[in-house]
Ligand binder design. Structure first.
Ligand SMILES: Cc1cc2nc3c(=O)[nH]c(=O)nc-3n(C[C@H](O)[C@H](O)[C@H](O)COP(=O)(O)OP(=O)(O)OC[C@H]3O[C@@H](n4cnc5c(N)ncnc54)[C@H](O)[C@@H]3O)c2cc1C
Ligand code: SF4
Ligand code: SF4
Length: 431
């Protein structure tokens, strides 16, 4: 029995009909054991034709893709969707590719954003806002004791990113962009060294699609930039390795974001408790990856943190997520001939707080505006796109650079000082 993993939607239907128990669903991967006798029962149960005795045939595509576009955006996170939305609004033909089958899922985020970071891009909407917050509490834990600094202000939201990300992609589609899910970019097309499109692997096979310009919004993985020769590799010291539970049945202030700093809690990072309403909260932490001595993990730190907080320890985990946050400055080059990097793929994350949603949207919009100007001039060379890096550095990048300096000035052991706390309080409030 052969599984077409690109086509499989991991529904589990086949597992339930196999008389030998030869199929196992390991999260998003269907495994076939050697005990399979090729009886074929599972074939009939699969709604998407992902099982076959031989290599599967191409399927009719739900979305018909054109052979060429003005712009292809790889990745439908906040950066990619804002880029596609903006480019389509500016009259360009746009394809937005997402390798997952469901935009916004699985969530890899604590979902906090300041009102000032969200409002320039989309009107806040209760359909994708889980909680509204207007204060922060920052607790320093050191030498067995703790001290809490409370800060009013910092008006913001805890999102439902599963919905939020999809809404952004829907806005892109409504503006005229073509959106494709289960469509992974697996390589770049080149002409005289310049990027001229992408190789796309989807449920209906592999296709080469041309574009005058490609915007890489593929998140922390950042493979597309690497294919184009840009330096996107992250050193461990600039990587926060994170684990988070959505806890239900916890007693937390529904209007307050809480942060916990201390080397005993999260070396080089911090723990967070972000309320999600109805007795739920995103409870997680990020640890600077090079400070973890094996076999220590971020998840083990999180378990200890939750156990140390009686009001959290009472809760039940209903979701576990893990992920990495880049806390470096963007790479030296954000563009190549025919290619631009945006969002996590360009490391445009606040180095002090790890917040990246607002920056991703800002970068997506800015990149699409610069792209439209460059396409109108007929010059999408790295030089023709250079205005993107300049405008980024003069805009959101200015705050990022300042926060990177603070991160250097207060290395992990010094982050329990009053001065750092004051800086951190302003940063988490969106300042
Ligand atoms: C644990 C954790 C907590 C966080 N908490 C916060 C927070 O509270 N507030 C905040 O502002 N930020 C937070 N962040 C950071 C935030 O999630 C990111 O900065 C933000 O999602 C970046 O958006 P993006 O569009 O650049 O990338 P992403 O949201 O990662 O989207 C990239 C998309 O590209 C797709 N993709 C990748 N490769 C391909 C390919 N080859 N072909 C097609 N599609 C591809 C991916 O499937 C994904 O959908 C957190 C991150 C983590 C890990
Ligand atoms: S072919 Fe038959 S034995 Fe093999 S996995 Fe499918 S149902 Fe199970
Ligand atoms: S029935 Fe098809 S889609 Fe569902 S898990 Fe099995 S192979 Fe995947």
């Amino acid at each position: 029995m052969i599984v077409d993993h690109q086509r499989c939607c991991y529904c589990g239907g086949c597992v339930s009909v196999c008389p030998l128990g030869a199929l196992h669903l390991a999260e998003t991967r269907l495994l076939v054991e050697e005990s399979c006798t090729d009886c074929g029962l599972c074939l009939a149960a699969c709604p998407v034709g992902a099982l076959s005795f031989a290599e599967s045939r191409p399927q009719a595509a739900a979305t018909r893709l054109s052979p060429r576009y003005d712009v292809i955006v790889v990745g439908a996170g906040p950066a990619g969707s804002l880029a596609a939305w903006t480019a389509a609004r500016l009259g360009l033909s746009v394809l937005l590719l997402e390798k997952r089958q469901e935009i916004g899922s699985p969530v890899r985020c604590a979902e906090g954003i300041a009102h000032s970071g969200l409002a320039p891009f989309i009107e806040p909407d209760r359909h994708w806002i889980a909680a509204t917050v207007d204060k922060a509490a920052i607790t320093v834990i050191a030498d067995g004791g703790h001290e809490t600094l409370r800060a009013e202000g910092g008006y913001g939201y805890i999102l439902e990113r599963r919905v939020f990300d999809r809404v952004l992609a829907e806005r892109a589609a409504a503006a005229g962009a073509q959106v494709a899910v289960k469509a992974a970019a697996t390589g770049l097309l080149r002409e005289n060294g310049a990027v001229r499109g992408v190789v796309v692997r989807g449920a209906n096979g592999t296709a080469e699609i041309e574009a005058r310009l490609v915007i890489a919004a593929d998140g922390v993985e950042a493979q597309v930039g690497r294919w184009a020769g840009l330096e996107t590799a992250l050193p461990l010291r600039d990587t926060m390795t994170c684990a988070q539970y959505l806890l239900a049945g916890v007693d937390v202030d529904p209007t307050c974001c809480s942060y916990f700093i201390g080397e005993e809690v999260a070396p080089g990072g911090y723990a967070w408790v972000f309320p999600k309403g109805e007795g739920r909260a995103n409870v997680g932490l990020g640890v600077q990856a090079d400070l973890l001595a094996q076999p220590e993990t971020a998840l083990a730190c999180l378990h200890r943190f939750i156990e140390s907080q009686p009001r959290l320890a009472r809760g039940s985990p209903v979701t576990l997520i893990s992920g990495a946050v880049p806390v470096a400055l963007p790479p030296r080059r954000l563009v190549a001939d025919g290619l631009m990097l945006v969002g996590d793929a360009a490391r445009q994350v606040d180095p002090l707080t790890g917040g990246g949603i607002a920056n991703a949207m800002a970068a997506g919009r800015l990149a699409a505006e610069v792209a439209a100007e460059a396409l109108a001039r007929g010059d999408v060379s790295a030089e023709g796109l250079a205005g993107y890096a300049v405008r980024w550095a003069e805009g959101p990048g200015e705050k990022m650079a300042r926060h990177a300096r603070w991160r250097e000035r207060f290395p992990p052991g010094m982050r329990t000082s009053r001065n750092f706390l004051r800086i951190f309080a302003v940063a988490v409030a969106g300042g």
